[in-house]
Design a protein around this ligand. Structure first.
Ligand code: SF4
Ligand code: F3S
Ligand code: FES
Length: 248
């Protein structure tokens, strides 16, 4: 069964743009990305949209559908009524390149700022066996498909461009937590998280976790434990004494 849906799609570039109205055919079982592709094929051949897998795994098709950050390929048309106007806009936190495509290089910059996995220098291959419990702790975080919906949603940068410099965002604070929880990593992640990557900006609103298409508990399992580790260090009397004696 097919019907005509009303779509409002943002069209423009870095100099400005506007919402444009379209009536587009919808067939049973389709998702928002299918409709955007039909728009390209039939009415707006120059509409820019980024996508790859159509299976919720590449993280390319992130946008805002009726104001909610979503993967377009995982947003079923059956979640809307047939007479609903469906508005599709680019992610708001990143600069627009054209139409629904944004420049997400902020995220790559933040990724590069985090030192990679750092095992003890004298550890040789085969000298350490990881416990299953340690493997499991970080496995959830590795489900991340880098769609950047959490980065787009977090109010620390969504409404405050000026915070981008000093805040890595939930996805990369989660990466720091993953490395901090790794039993073999010897880098100092705690001070760096707080002082260089802006962990203190996060006031655990959990909006990042709500939009994660992989269902990762970013706040509960990465950000809050990381905050606890930072606080432990600050209030641990031995660490406090060490800082007093050796860091003058
Ligand atoms: Fe996307 Fe979730 Fe990864 Fe954030 S943590 S980039 S929302 S998959
Ligand atoms: Fe932002 Fe998530 Fe913290 S939305 S404020 S990073 S809990
Ligand atoms: Fe790959 Fe949507 S096209 S996640």
């Amino acid at each position: 069964m097919s019907y005509k849906a009303s779509f409002r799609v943002w069209r423009g570039d870095e100099t400005g743009g506007e919402l444009q109205d379209f009536k587009v055919e919808v067939n049973e079982g389709e998702v928002v990305l299918d409709i955007i592709h039909r728009l390209q094929a039939t009415q707006a051949s120059d509409l820019a949209v980024r996508w790859n897998c159509k299976a919720g795994k590449c993280g390319s098709c992130s946008a805002e559908v009726n104001g909610k950050p979503r993967l377009m390929c995982m947003t079923r048309m059956s979640t809307f009524t047939e007479d609903e106007v469906i508005t599709v806009t680019p992610m708001r936190t990143f600069p627009v390149i054209r139409d629904l495509v944004t420049d997400v290089s902020f995220n790559y910059t933040k990724a590069r700022e985090i030192p990679s996995f750092t095992p003890p220098p004298d550890l040789k291959p085969g000298e350490y066996r990881m416990q299953q419990v340690d493997v499991e702790r970080s496995q959830e975080f590795r489900k991340c498909i880098e769609c950047f919906l959490c980065q787009n949603t977090c109010h620390v940068v969504r409404d405050h461009e000026e915070n981008k410099e000093s805040f890595a965002g939930p996805r990369y604070l989660m990466r720091i937590a993953e490395l901090e929880m790794h039993p073999l990593d010897v880098a100092d992640r705690r001070d760096a998280a707080q002082e260089e990557h802006g962990l203190g900006y996060c006031n655990i609103t959990k909006c990042c976790s709500e939009v994660c298409p992989e269902g990762i508990h970013i706040t509960d399992n990465a950000l809050i434990p990381m905050k606890e580790r930072v606080a432990d260090r600050k209030y641990d009397p031995i660490v406090w004494l060490g800082n007093k004696l050796f860091r003058r």
